[in-house]
Design a protein around this ligand. Structure first.
Ligand code: H79
Length: 587
């Protein structure tokens, strides 16, 4: 922070020195406690596709393709794929090895593909003979063995179930090469395969931590039948957001980022990112592009620093072996976790944002600084932390206190020359009180607009920073005046500004009044429908005046209480009116 900015910071103290948004998501209850604490899980993608390993009749799947998609990629006829699946015989499979590897890696839950899009069940289903027990010489129930092994090792057992996609079933979704899409009876598929298999999974393998649905489903009513079934049979079991239609209001207990996705800023909801160790989920013998342990550690830290969970995949081979390179990476990550787990488990999102040298997580009255790289002068600078720093030490050397300086609101921690760890070196800051941020106001350059969005805004009341598959992120869930989003601005050019707002609103929400408070001014406008769920549009709100230099608060909220969401807010832009045309961002 330069001197000018820190002067402004002093002026703003009191006005803009807000407590950081609660790092813990507002939604949820005790059902979410384990999910909030555990942070790190193992994903297992395993099915008949492992036998092909990314190759069909001499043709490899193109690079970037995922090996579990091979049936669809080559439009393999059901009869041929089924014939191939008879050969699945993972004689080297040892469920204990999977659970022990997860445990050694510091993972706390395991999610296995009970049925992927190819329609093959990796458990003994009575609904369809197309399963590992009835269809293969192996004749053992993999889901059962894994569930037992996980319980023994203290790993929470969970299943993945592709509830819409089914390339084997004439009425399932996705196979257009064997079956005529026009003749599909999807309702029959739900009634006769998908929902009954879900019932089997919920009644045969003990308590499940969560069900991981994938690919969404066409209607909210269909999704609700799965949700109701889970709630009826296992009310504690969590449901991921992919249970519902991706283009509608998201359902479920938590949201998944896109595969391998990362939010730009903190979200106010529970979330998880699924990632793979190489470029495929199912086993592909040609994909040897493994992430390094350091890279995996940094990805995990980044996700946890933004309040999310990390679900990391292995793709076992057809004989039941876990590919050695993936096991080796996980073991190294586990070594790091054994030493540094305190800075991951049970922590919450970092209230003070991202640093050039790394990230942070918080727990109680501690801030964990994760240094990915050592700054040239060996000093980790932390700006924006409101609390007094009482003491600092390397997580692995608690006896040796580190020197802490404080200048212009920036804390500096002198790193020792020794004790550097792979991926991330963790420094513990013991601070006075719960870690909170002094929020940097949104500043402007010469003639440049203010861009106010979910990353630099603060939510209060019921308003939440949320994920959606289509529009990526927005602020939503606000229905009454206390549900607000706000920004603190530092005006350097007083004058007239054109205000533009960008949001998505459904027909039912049209006409609701919203208020923009801007210094002393109050602008009241009506929400206009923009189209379907996540169709964002920009609206010109006219000219506003930013009367003087210095601090100014902008807030937006519903004018009065109503039953619906006000809008899915994307951003508010304040553009200086200049002679000879507008400057800045144009939509
Ligand atoms: O189970 C894993 C994926 O198979 C599944 N989700 C993760 C957890 C997934 N389902 N759908 N998608 C991912 C997105 C669809 C990607 C596709 Fe493709 C792009 C399908 C066809 C083009 C990737 C590239 C798969 C085949 C080629």
């Amino acid at each position: 922070m330069d001197a000018r900015k820190s002067l402004w910071m002093m002026l703003l103290l009191g006005a803009a020195c807000l407590p950081a948004e609660a790092a813990e998501p507002a939604a949820g209850s005790d059902r979410m406690a384990w999910f909030r604490h555990d942070k790190f899980g193992m994903f297992v993608h395993w099915g008949p596709y492992a036998l092909l390993g990314g190759e069909w009749k001499g043709h490899r799947t193109p690079s970037g393709d995922e090996a579990e998609w091979i049936m669809q990629r080559f439009n393999i006829p059901v009869a041929e794929y089924r014939e191939m699946a008879h050969g699945l015989n993972p004689v080297k499979f040892d469920a204990g090895q999977f659970a022990k590897l997860a445990k050694a890696a510091g993972m706390k839950y395991l999610v296995v593909t009970a049925k992927h899009h190819d329609g093959f069940a990796m458990y003994h289903s009575k609904v369809s003979r197309y399963n590992i027990v009835d269809w293969t010489p192996f004749k053992r129930d993999i889901v059962k063995e894994l569930s037992e092994a996980c319980r023994k090792e203290g790993i929470r057992f969970c299943v993945y179930y592709s509830h819409r996609e089914d390339w084997d079933d004439a009425n399932g979704y996705g196979n257009h090469w064997d079956y005529d899409p026009a003749k599909k009876d999807f309702e029959k598929y739900l009634r006769e395969k998908s929902l009954p298999q879900m019932r089997e999974l919920l009644t045969s393998y003990g308590p499940l931590g969560l069900i991981w649905f994938d690919r969404g489903i066409d209607t909210t009513a269909q999704a609700q039948r799965f949700i109701d079934l889970v709630h009826e049979l296992q009310p504690q079991c969590l449901i991921n957001g992919r249970v519902g239609n991706y283009a509608h209001e998201l359902l479920g207990d938590y949201q998944n980022m896109n595969d391998n996705g990362m939010p730009t800023g903190g979200l106010d909801e529970y979330w998880e990112t699924p990632q793979t160790l190489n470029g495929t989920w199912g086993y592909n013998r040609y994909d040897q592009e493994w992430k390094t342990p350091a890279n995996v550690i940094q990805r995990m830290v980044e996700i946890v620093s933004k309040g999310g969970n990390y679900l990391l995949n292995i793709g076992p081979m057809a004989d039941g072996t876990i590919p050695a390179p993936s096991a080796a990476v996980l073991e190294r990550v586990g070594e790091w976790m054994r030493k540094n787990g305190e800075s991951i488990y049970g922590t919450a999102a970092c209230p003070v944002g991202q640093f050039a040298w790394g990230r942070c997580t918080v727990k109680g009255e501690r801030v964990y600084l994760h240094a990915f790289q050592r700054p040239g002068d060996g000093v980790l600078r932390v700006s924006g932390l409101r609390n007094e720093v009482k003491s600092a030490w390397l997580l692995q050397a608690p006896g040796q206190k580190l020197e802490v300086s404080r200048q212009d609101g920036v804390a500096g921690v002198k790193l020792p020359a020794q004790g550097w760890d792979e991926g991330s070196t963790v420094v513990v800051l013991e601070v006075a009180g719960k870690p909170e941020a002094v929020l940097d106001p949104v500043t402007q350059g010469s003639d440049s607009p203010f861009h106010l969005d979910m990353v630099n805004g603060q939510t209060a009341g019921g308003a939440m920073k949320r994920f959606n598959r289509d529009g990526k992120f927005h602020i939503g869930r606000w229905s009454k005046p206390e549900d607000q989003a706000s920004w603190d601005l530092l005006v350097s050019q007083p004058g007239r500004y054109r205000a533009r707002i960008r949001y998505a609103a459904r027909q039912e929400w049209a006409g609701r009044k919203f208020v923009i408070e801007l210094g002393g001014q109050r602008l009241e406008k009506a929400v206009a429908a923009t189209g379907d769920w996540y169709e964002y549009k920009s609206f010109d709100l006219g000219l506003v005046t930013l009367p003087k230099k210095g601090a100014l608060r902008v807030a937006i909220h519903p004018a009065e209480a109503g039953k619906d969401n006000l809008m899915y807010f994307d951003s508010l832009t304040l553009e200086p009116e200049t002679v000879g045309g507008r400057l800045g961002r144009l939509d």
